[in-house]
Design a protein around this ligand. Structure first.
Ligand SMILES: *[C@@H]1O[C@H](CO)[C@@H](O)[C@H](O)[C@H]1NC(C)=O
Ligand SMILES: *[C@@H]1O[C@H](CO)[C@@H](O)[C@H](O)[C@H]1NC(C)=O
Ligand SMILES: *[C@@H]1O[C@H](CO)[C@@H](O)[C@H](O)[C@H]1NC(C)=O
Length: 459
């Protein structure tokens, strides 16, 4: 009977976490009119009513977005921009940054994304001064095409418990030797909805998750000179990775991956003399750059939030794993990061060589990949998606953010050595290889080589 449920789920399952916006490169390319509000504010500026009579635009700027990352304003100044998954975009031009989520609106029981407009967003100079609200509208309007999708108000699988599929576990273990599956009793207490949140929450699936960019000869040469194995948990006997945590059933993986990247990079930059553990709850409750337990993106949290607002230590807002009003202690110092970027410079420029180069040179980075049901059962080895079907639990692909900490080659089977990434998950130490997993490297397994993000702590 769950098989039927699963089929229904695929049909009505196009609900999304994060925002309901679903915008692609094609949607955003072209000329934009940025309406900009009064500037001179600090980061406490509230832009939610921008565009209303009480908070009107004061000036405008025409900006044209070209593929893949060039932005030019009406005066001919050249800057750059990046798409942020399918959720919005950021432009950096003439010393100012502009970020907004793409527009969506509710229409009865469905949502329409309107990719030719943005929600009210934030602009400030590259040093974080002179904040102003802004919003963008594309000069050429997009027809409202296939952009409607259903967003149900109640969870689809309310009350349905996750149930380990013992047959799936033995099928996985029979079908291949790369990785081993087990049943996790701790998952059986959870609702399917909680499991989906744990794995990143539902995302509007975009067929256009970029494929890895082609490697340049220069990058390949640099990558070929790197060690063949590398692990930030053991660099000449030193561990630079903070302890494994458990996000619980809140869609906050993006916050854990983001905190984990900054925690590790602080450790690396200070030779482990400063070992912060940052507060994901601060992000969940206080950041307007993400959707709390409903999801978010490392570019906007490990990067932009860490630059614009800074991160606080865990004790300033201990983890609760649920949404709430911002309760971060106001006297807590904030630690900042800068130079956040998609590996390769913009969304779509990532690949294995660039990930290895930046990993070894700069430290762990946030990555995201598509979670299929078989992944929940992972216990050890080098994961790849088997395609084997779960009999009990509705099939739903999610996009899960995690932390890349190393790479290597598995030679257990000498005839078929397998390259892997080493990745830190946020499902507690009892899951996988003491909280970590390894996954195939070099083949963009589950899109893991598509959307890596890094940022640099400011000491
Ligand atoms: C911004 O203002 C709106 C009302 O205009 C309010 O609902 C919202 O909570 C405010 N946001 C913040 C972060 O203070
Ligand atoms: C998002 O947009 C893409 C391309 O425009 C479309 O193929 C896909 O079905 C959309 N996803 C959802 C959940 O609406
Ligand atoms: C880093 O810390 C280790 C262990 O405490 C120490 O042996 C090493 O000399 C330090 N390196 C530097 C550059 O200070």
């Amino acid at each position: 009977m769950f098989r039927e449920l699963a089929v229904v789920a695929i049909l009505v399952g196009s609900i999304s976490a994060d925002t309901p916006a679903n915008c692609t490169y094609q949607d955003l390319l072209g000329q934009w009119n940025f309406q900009i509000g009064e500037s001179g504010y600090d980061r406490t500026l509230n832009c939610s009513n921008f565009g209303s009579l009480s908070n009107p635009a004061k000036s405008k700027l025409m900006v044209t977005l070209y593929f893949p990352d060039l932005a030019i304003d009406e005066f001919g100044n050249r800057g750059w921009w990046t798409l942020i998954y399918n959720q919005g975009f950021e432009v950096v031009l003439s010393g100012r940054k502009y970020f907004a989520f793409s527009m969506y609106k509710k229409d009865g029981s469905t949502y329409e994304s309107m990719c030719d407009q943005t929600m009210p967003g934030w602009s400030h100079d590259i040093f974080g001064h002179n904040w102003a609200c802004y919003s963008g509208s594309k000069v050429e309007r997009l027809p409202l095409r296939y952009q409607k999708h259903v967003l149900s108000t109640s969870p689809v699988y309310a009350g349905v418990k996750y149930q380990s599929d013992a047959a799936l576990v033995s099928e996985i273990n029979r079908a291949q030797r790369s990785w081993r599956a087990v049943k996790y009793p701790q998952f059986e207490r959870l609702d399917i909805e909680d499991m989906i949140k744990m794995a990143g929450g539902r995302k509007s699936r975009i067929p256009s998750i970029p494929k890895p960019a082609p490697a340049t000869p220069e990058h390949t040469r640099l990558a070929d000179n790197l060690p063949t194995e590398f692990d930030w948990r053991n660099v000449d006997g030193m561990n630079y990775v903070s302890p494994i945590r458990n996000q619980g059933s809140c869609g906050s993986c993006y916050a854990f991956a983001s905190m984990g990247m900054n925690e590790a990079r602080w450790r690396i930059m200070t030779n482990n003399t400063v070992t912060p553990v940052f507060s994901p709850q601060d992000v969940v409750e206080c950041s307007e750059y993400s959707q709390g337990c409903e999801g978010g993106f490392p570019y906007l949290i490990g990067g932009k939030y860490a630059e614009d607002f800074g991160l606080v230590l865990e004790e300033c807002n201990p983890y609760k794993g649920r949404d709430g009003t911002c309760s971060t202690l106001s006297n807590c110092p904030r630690l900042y990061s800068t130079k956040y970027e998609y590996i390769g410079g913009f969304y779509g420029a990532c690949n294995e060589d660039l990930m290895r180069i930046n990993l070894v040179k700069n430290g762990p980075m946030a990555v995201a990949f598509e979670v299929y049901n078989d992944f929940f059962n992972y216990k050890g080895g080098v994961y790849h998606h088997t395609g084997l079907q779960d009999r009990f639990n509705p099939f739903e692909i999610t996009n899960h953010a995690v932390l890349l900490v190393g790479y290597g080659t598995d030679r257990t089977n000498p005839d078929a050595p397998e390259n892997y990434w080493i990745v830190k998950n946020s499902w507690g130490e009892g899951w996988g290889e003491d909280g970590y997993f390894r996954i195939r490297r070099g083949t963009d397994e589950c899109s893991i080589e598509s959307i890596a993000v890094q940022a640099f702590p400011i000491m």
